[in-house]
Design a protein around this ligand. Structure first.
Ligand code: ZN
Ligand code: ZN
Ligand code: ZN
Length: 373
């Protein structure tokens, strides 16, 4: 197991370094975040104190870390000889410690930094590395994380099956006469019952609120005739879930049915277009054109989807302008929607894993409108 973990991490660093060489990045700094988790297997510490994984294009990898976090590092046998802890203590100048470790591999022309890095750590460090160009490193790490291995796909499949179990139970909840907040709390409880260790978000927007794609639950009372948009996700075994469904309280109107049917067709067109070699832009266009052809181009307010993994939103983005070809191992959402301001909105979202022979949908429950009393 430890040996598996070791070779897995080595493979990740090898792929990362190919990208660093292609981009002429001398050193990459990774702060506590999902990037850090992905590359070390360690739970990221709170980033209050300076913590940087220092990855040179060639040579040894250091972990500049507060000494209180370094305790117990030796118990991670899979990291021995791969990552060297460089502890600093309260009272030291951590930027000086980090600058020394960064420069020991030679002059640094280009330094890439992971996206979720605190300015209070980076600014003093950049003052000590004058002459180095500092670049965002998100795309570099994102490209590596976007290609999931079998164990990650299994984890995402598990997360999807657990969140899908909850959307399959939405009809069992009490809706009428309760507030959005109350029902959203029930959804969160079901998510925990279904095995989520963390509930990251529950969007639940009823009636006219459903026209807001990110409508967070309010004290509005749900009434007969409402369209309710739900979109919820969390973490299962550190990997993210994300699903969106539409509920109507009572039978949907003809117009709601028609709009939803267009969304379903857009969704299916997006899934069908999600093939190895197609780009995120092509998948977005496939879904978007269905909605545009139906006359609702202006009412599809967001990209068609996003990659998912340790983070809820990561590469590859299914969006106009992303011309990168999709590859087997990409896992992403397809989530078209139509939003009619002040009236109602409808979005359908599932996660798909791209395999050599095409997309595989990870959710298990029905995609139909869920009609409740
Ligand atoms: Zn370990
Ligand atoms: Zn979602
Ligand atoms: Zn999503």
């Amino acid at each position: 197991m430890t040996q598996d973990a070791r070779s897995m991490l080595e493979g990740r660093f090898a792929r990362l370094r190919e990208g660093m060489q292609a981009d002429e990045v001398d050193v990459l700094l990774v702060s506590p975040s999902a990037d850090y988790r992905y590359l070390t297997g360690l739970i990221p510490p709170v980033p209050t104190r300076l913590t940087f994984l220092v990855v040179p294009a060639e040579g040894d990898i250091d972990l500049v870390t507060p000494s209180l976090e370094a305790a117990g590092f030796e118990t991670h046998t899979e990291l021995q000889g791969l990552i060297t802890p460089v502890p600093w203590s309260d009272g030291d100048d951590p930027a000086a410690v980090a600058a020394d470790r960064i420069r020991r591999h030679g002059p640094v022309r280009r330094l890439a930094v992971s996206d979720r890095t605190w300015a209070k750590h980076l600014v003093p460090l950049s003052d000590r590395l004058s002459g180095a160009q500092i670049a965002p490193g998100g795309a570099l790490i994102g490209a590596v994380r976007a290609v999931k291995d079998a164990s990650e796909i299994a984890a995402l499949d598990e997360a999807a099956s657990r969140v899908s179990a909850v959307s399959g139970q939405l009809a069992d909840l009490n809706w009428t006469g309760r507030t959005e907040r109350e029902v959203a709390a029930d959804v969160a409880a079901r998510m925990r019952d279904a095995g989520h260790e963390e509930v990251s978000f529950v969007i639940l927007a009823s009636g006219p609120h459903s026209a807001n794609p990110h409508g967070m639950p309010t004290d509005r009372t749900i009434v007969q005739g409402d369209v309710v948009q739900l979109d919820f996700g969390g973490k299962v075994g550190s990997y993210s879930s994300d699903i969106a469904r539409v509920v109507t309280v009572g039978e949907p109107t003809e117009e709601v049915r028609e709009v939803y049917e267009i969304v379903v067709r857009a969704y299916e067109a997006g899934v069908a277009a999600a093939q190895v070699g197609a780009s995120g832009e092509m998948v977005d266009a496939a879904a978007r054109s269905v909605i545009a052809d139906a006359g609702y181009a202006e009412n599809f307010l967001h990209r068609t989807g996003h990659g998912i993994g340790l983070d809820e939103h990561e590469e590859p983005f299914i969006i106009a302008g992303n011309t990168q070809p999709l590859v087997a191992g990409n896992v992403f959402s397809i989530e078209p929607g139509i939003y009619l301001a002040d009236r109602f909105g409808a979005r359908l979202e599932n996660i798909v894993a791209l395999e050599e022979n095409g997309p595989r949908e990870l959710s298990r429950d029905s995609h139909e409108i869920i009609v409740v009393e």
